[in-house]
Design a protein around this ligand. Structure first.
Ligand code: HEC
Length: 160
């Protein structure tokens, strides 16, 4: 029995060591911030940084355990997917899901359920949540009608 336990222990230690060699999620480098939304107030940004920026920005916090597999794999996946939907650091690019930002918070969909227990600083009180929803609606207004804005910009360009 002892030998079996010892083998299982050393076996998992080796496995843990080996998965660290998988390149996916290793040495992650964040692309540069190009533009942020025009925040309605520093407070909205502060709340978004706390609750959203780890997956929806190019300045995520990366604690040491986020660099250790298999956590690093999940982190890389979340950041990749998250930025694809909404990237607060690339506001010069189309943001296809910006209009849903407030809703996802109200519905308790964002931040994801597995994230908040591990990140106490990201947990928002009910009033902070309301504040963030209101703040995002005000700050992201310019991204809510991308099609119309695009048309206006084209018209302005043509008139020159
Ligand atoms: C732990 C990472 C993580 C955090 C923190 C997070 N998100 Fe997300 N978010 C994702 C991922 C991954 C997706 C894409 C897949 C999905 O929908 O689950 C996503 C999708 C979205 C979408 C697209 C619509 C949708 O439901 O797919 C919106 C809008 C959004 N997030 C807003 C927010 C806001 C606002 C916050 C902060 C209150 C936030 N998210 C915090 C990971 C995160």
């Amino acid at each position: 029995m002892r030998t079996l336990l010892r083998r299982a222990f050393f076996g998992s230690l080796v496995a843990f060591g080996l998965i660290q060699l998988v390149p996916y999620g290793r040495g992650e480098v964040d692309p540069p911030v190009t533009k942020e939304p025009s925040w309605d107030s520093p407070r909205t940004r502060e709340l978004a940084v706390r609750a959203c920026f780890d997956c929806h920005s190019r300045t995520p916090r990366r604690p040491w355990y986020a660099r250790v597999a298999p956590v690093s794999w999940l982190v890389r996946h979340d950041i990749e997917e998250g930025r694809e939907h909404l990237d607060f650091s690339a506001w010069d690019q189309p943001q296809r899901d910006a209009h849903e930002a407030g809703e996802t918070i109200e519905e308790g969909e964002m931040p994801p359920w597995f994230y908040s227990p591990l990140h106490p600083e990201a947990r928002l009180s009910e009033s902070e949540r309301d504040e963030l929803v209101r703040g995002l609606r005000a700050s992201l207004a310019d991204a809510l009608r991308p099609a119309r804005r695009g048309a206006r910009e084209r018209r302005e360009r043509d008139e020159k």
